[in-house]
Design a protein around this ligand. Structure first.
Ligand SMILES: Cc1ncc(COP(=O)(O)O)c(C=O)c1O
Length: 413
């Protein structure tokens, strides 16, 4: 009997038990049913969807030129295995940039490069938590990170946010309640700057209080700063890494939002001993030196600054047009955040809106926005929508908001 025929009759020579058990264990760990719900496939759909840069503006010529310079300078070096911590050229540029932005006193030894910040999040969780631990996360939070914590068997305790960021009383209450139950979280995963999904930036006094509380309770702050460079107005507040003197926080960031998601370049900034622990977890031959050197060359030649100078006014206009269109069409049906940058704003629907009806009416109006439930660790979010404006043209933003307004009209209880 051929292998195919044996498989078809279920009569393989080897038992199927190991694979079946692996798959059941996989499902028990909570990997199943955790995907983000995407938009329905439909032509003419206007999608306020995922957080990616405007594809029309990717700097392909400058990246191509940077790649050519890297190969011309040292092709053998660029085309061999990389080191576990990631190319020093890039780490030096990152340290210099952070020190210019906020005098963080960081050196290249404080950086660990990863395949996007998604891998950084995964590796920090893998390195510093055990199954059965509890971690603090904001309510709402980024679903990719919530999934990753769960995949590592970490329970999640949600901390409420308001328009100034993390609510300090809620954080203290949660820490105190957990401590009384003999449970100390090791990590607080937070997006203090241009938060996903709300767009909110946590104020400086709140940041100081978070640093003090986490220090008191022995919790490491895991600060995700994916959108920090996409700032359209206001000053960049100091990071938790800076506010804790480089001790109490690991800062995670990425080129995905300021440059391109497909490059897969992210990093962790932290105390050298913490960075060394992450470096020792890498067994895969390291990231591609060619790719990292190309990004480092792009950044250090000034192309990155020029790119941001070009992009920020575009994102500012898209944000402003989204806000203006909402004010014109959706006032009274919902309220929404006014982010200082980033790609998102967060809508809170009027209680008279029926969320189930809204999902249907958005589909019939051919408009898509992510519904709030997937952003919460522990239920809630039925009355929220996340609107991402980064990839849509201004005309589509305005038409999309008109469709959303009609969908809201049809979704009253
Ligand atoms: C808040 C946040 N963190 C991390 C990521 C992961 O980004 P990447 O792995 O592309 O760097 C995303 C992507 O959407 C995000 O929104």
């Amino acid at each position: 009997m051929t292998l195919e025929a044996e498989r078809a009759t279920g009569g393989g020579r080897l038992s199927q038990t190991p694979a079946t058990e692996l798959l059941s264990a996989w499902a028990r760990r909570g990997h199943a049913n955790q995907g983000e719900s995407g938009p329905p496939a439909a032509s003419g759909l206007i999608e306020f969807g995922g957080g990616i840069p405007d594809p029309e503006t990717l700097p392909k010529d400058a990246l191509l030129a940077a790649a050519a310079r890297v190969l011309a300078q040292d092709a053998p070096g660029a085309l061999r295995y990389g080191g576990a911590q990631g190319e020093e050229l890039m780490r030096r540029w990152l340290a210099a940039r952070l020190n210019t932005q906020e005098d963080a006193g960081a050196g290249p030894e404080n950086f660990f490069l990863t395949s996007g910040s998604g891998q950084a999040i995964q590796m920090v969780i893998a390195a510093f938590s055990d199954p059965g631990d509890v971690a603090l996360v904001e309510r709402p939070s980024y679903p990719g990170s919530l999934r990753t914590f769960r995949a590592y068997g970490v329970e999640l305790a949600g901390v409420d946010m308001d328009e100034e960021g993390v609510v300090i009383d809620a954080l203290e209450r949660t820490l105190t309640t957990l401590a009384a139950a003999g449970r100390t979280p090791r990590l607080f995963y937070t997006m203090p700057t241009l938060h996903n999904p709300t767009g909110i930036t946590t104020t400086i006094p709140r940041r100081e209080a978070v640093v003090e509380l986490c220090d008191r309770f022995g919790v490491l702050i895991m600060e995700d700063d994916a959108y920090g460079e996409i700032r359209c107005e206001g000053r960049r507040p100091p990071s938790y890494y800076r506010l804790s003197g480089g001790q109490g926080a690991l800062r995670i960031s990425t080129v995905s939002k300021m440059l391109a998601t497909g490059l897969r370049v992210g990093w962790v900034t932290g105390r050298k001993d913490l960075v060394d622990s992450l470096t020792r977890l890498r067994f895969d031959g390291g990231l591609s030196p060619f790719l990292i050197r190309t990004v480092a060359e792009f950044c250090s030649s000034g192309d990155q600054d020029a790119h941001l100078e070009h992009m920020i006014p575009l994102y500012r206009e898209k944000r402003d047009r989204t806000l203006a269109a909402l004010a014109e069409r959706c006032a009274g049906q919902a309220t929404w955040t006014h982010p200082e940058g980033g790609f998102f704003l967060w809508m809170t629907l009027d209680p008279a809106i029926n969320p189930a009806k809204l999902r249907e009416s958005m589909q019939s109006e051919n408009v898509f926005a992510r519904t709030g439930m997937q952003f919460f660790p522990d239920g809630g979010g039925e009355h929220n929508l996340r609107l991402c404006f980064s990839t849509l043209s201004v005309a589509d933003i305005e038409e999309g908001v008109r469709r959303l307004g009609r969908a809201l009209d049809q979704a009253r209880f």
